[in-house]
Ligand binder design. Structure first.
Ligand code: ASP
Length: 321
């Protein structure tokens, strides 16, 4: 933990030295840690752990943007933290396939120039969102899958781990129980969207997908326009929920398209997708627009979520609206 704080400190220090572009002074960060599946009866100590983790993630991203860092750096670092946190269905806490293995997806997108990177079917990459960013910045491609993606990770020096790393504590027992119940879960996933002081939007989503999914299944998170999208003309969006439904409804892009083509507000566009096009219990999304308006909407009972803004608004929540 100490090394992490140290490296964040140095990252911020160098950021302060290098940043001198014109800024609006305004930033917004919105995050989610998955829609649905949170039992209101869970022990208070666990509730508190979730809330504290969301708050720490907000702290990481806000510090970056407050010191003049970019939205793309903020969303990547926020997701890295959530990927390393076993409470969430991404990286370390990824849920398992029907064969008991972690297979992870992630995507990142910059609203500035629509550049983006996606990865799917990862079995050994510690921080899938960083590999997605490398695809965006260091390859001529947008989307890499499976072994090819993992080979590319080696080429660009992205950390890989033994697949056992992802199977933490009781995840395996839970998987056996779920397999026996043939129960499909629609929860998990982490996402972040941000508007930085330069007016640039960014979105990032990382997930282990749906528990008990077939090996090789690809969800909405790494599909640009389905679970992740950012465009400086409109907004940045990250979705969570039943991926197949989000793919069929091209949810993230449609929020942006309704703003661009129909002049709808961010709030109305998100409401249209989550409450009119999708069905109850399908999931939710977080989004921020180019003017700093933001929204967190879901049609499930719960969505782990939070936001922090440069004018001091900050909140983390699990249930309620
Ligand atoms: N949307 C993710 C998927 O379908 C899962 C989730 O958000 O919980 O892979």
């Amino acid at each position: 933990m100490k090394t992490k704080i140290f490296s964040l400190f140095f990252f911020l220090f160098f950021l302060c030295l290098t940043v001198n572009a014109q800024t609006t002074g305004k930033y917004v960060l919105v995050i989610h840690g998955g829609a649905g599946g949170m039992d209101e009866q869970m022990p208070d100590s666990l509730k508190q752990l979730y809330l504290t983790s969301l708050d720490e993630a907000l702290e990481i991203g806000s510090l970056i943007m407050a010191s003049g860092g970019s939205s793309i750096d903020a969303v990547e670092k926020v997701i890295n933290y959530l990927e390393d946190n076993p409470l969430f269905n991404a990286g370390k806490g990824a849920v398992l396939t029907s064969e008991g293995k972690a297979e992870m997806d992630a995507a990142i997108m910059s609203g500035k120039d629509l550049s983006c990177g996606s990865v799917t079917g990862l079995k050994t990459i510690k921080n899938p969102i960083s590999l997605a960013r490398a695809v965006m910045e260091k390859s001529p491609h947008v989307f890499l899958a499976g072994l090819g993606a993992e080979k590319f990770a080696k080429e660009v020096g992205i950390k890989s781990v033994n697949p056992k790393y992802f199977i933490e504590n009781n995840r395996y027992e839970k998987w056996i129980k779920e397999r026996n119940e043939i129960k499909k879960k629609k929860k998990g996933t982490v996402g972040a969207v941000a508007l930085d002081k330069y007016g640039n939007l960014a979105a990032a989503t990382s997930t282990g997908g749906m528990s008990m999914k077939k090996p090789g299944r690809v969800g909405d998170a790494p599909i640009i326009g389905a679970g992740t999208y950012a465009n400086n003309k409109t907004c940045a969006v990250s979705c969570t929920g039943w991926g197949e439904k989000f793919i069929k409804n091209t949810v993230a892009f449609n929020v942006s398209a309704m703003m661009e083509y129909k002049n709808m507000s961010l709030n109305d566009a998100a409401n249209e997708m989550i409450h009119k096009r999708l069905n109850p219990n399908d999931g939710g999304l977080i989004a921020v627009d180019k003017d700093g308006n933001f929204t967190l909407q879901f049609n499930t009972q719960s969505m782990l979520r939070g936001f922090a803004t440069s004018d001091g608004k900050r909140e983390v929540k699990i249930w309620g609206k």
